[in-house]
Design a protein around this ligand. Structure first.
Ligand SMILES: Cc1cc2nc3c(=O)[nH]c(=O)nc-3n(C[C@H](O)[C@H](O)[C@H](O)COP(=O)(O)O)c2cc1C
Length: 287
């Protein structure tokens, strides 16, 4: 069986959970016949999804939904049959209908929705826009133990069970579909969507590089939207920002700011401090 763990991660939390799931699956795979691919959604050709029997899709929650690039991706993937899908998110607090939304989209594309998971992680929006490094909350984020996350273990076990079923029967048809209930998160999503809708546009327009910028180009290379470019000795921004805050957090000079809001605030590099956004970008297939 070929399983794809595909994720988008702005600041490292979702990548960390994707790696965690992969490690769990590898350690528990009783068939040892599963081929697991871990890939970032950035630069991933939606058609390639057909190469896999099962999909595990991960994303952070932005304004009560999966981020815009993930929602676009869900629209672009081809229709299929006989494949299964699991989804997971990382969030600061509330996911609204995000998992329902993603599984519903995948179901419409022919995937059998088999499970979902939601993991509370450090809030990337709060860190870069509200918390100083000395704050108690940020210090808690730094010292929290991320080695064992029982809810993700349970989720990964459900994926393992599906793998076993597929290996034994060649199909997922005997497994019952599982989807979250929509109405539970509807109002949360609507509220968050309106809130971020109100502030998001004006905030992303305030992105700029300060005099500390040494033109290392990391932001240009690592922006998931290729929204950042160099013009002469300046770093500039197009209008395709999805508010993932990666540029603000990865800049080694702390030179990227969003207005004054991010000045003097903490920066996040994933739970282990080692987030490298391009690490799981699959090489493009040569035609
Ligand atoms: C623009 C923005 C909006 C966010 N909206 C929500 C939200 O609606 N609910 C929530 O629980 N967390 C929200 N968060 C927090 C992130 O979902 C959370 O920190 C996530 O783990 C970040 O994952 P990443 O490091 O993989 O990007 C938001 C973060 C950002 C940057």
């Amino acid at each position: 069986m070929k399983l794809l763990i595909l994720f988008f991660s702005g600041t490292g939390n979702t990548q960390f959970i994707a790696e965690y799931i992969q490690a769990h699956l590898l350690s528990k795979d009783p068939t040892t016949k599963t081929e697991i691919t871990l890939a970032t959604l950035e630069g991933f050709d939606p058609q390639r999804i057909l190469e896999y029997d099962g999909l595990v899709l991960g994303y952070p929650i932005f304004a009560g939904l999966p981020p815009v690039n993930v929602r676009k991706f869900l629209k672009l993937i081809p229709h299929t049959t006989d494949k299964c899908a699991f989804v997971f998110n990382t969030k600061g607090m509330a996911e609204g209908i995000a998992n329902w939304y993603a599984l519903n989209r995948l179901g419409k594309k022919g995937y059998r929705p088999l499970g979902f998971c939601s993991v509370i992680m450090p809030a990337s929006d709060g860190i870069s826009m509200m918390l100083t490094e000395e704050s108690k909350t940020f210090q808690k984020y730094l010292t929290r133990n991320y080695d064992t996350i029982p809810r993700v273990d349970k989720f990964a076990q459900r994926i393992t069970d599906a793998v076993v079923t597929f290996t034994e029967t060649g199909s997922f048809a005997t497994l019952s579909p599982r989807k979250p209930v929509k109405f539970l998160g509807f109002f949360t999503s609507a509220f968050l969507y309106l809130l971020y809708g109100l502030i998001g546009n004006s905030m992303t327009k305030k992105l700029h590089a300060t005099a500390e910028c040494n033109l290392c180009m990391r932001c240009v290379k690592e922006c998931p939207q290729t929204n950042i470019f160099r013009e002469g000795d300046d770093i500039k921004f197009h209008d395709q920002c999805i508010f993932c805050l990666r540029c603000v957090n990865i800049c080694p000079q702390r030179a990227i700011q969003m207005g004054k809001l991010t000045v003097g605030k903490a920066r996040w590099h994933g739970p282990k401090g080692d987030f490298r956004p391009l690490q799981y970008r699959l090489p493009q297939k040569t035609p």
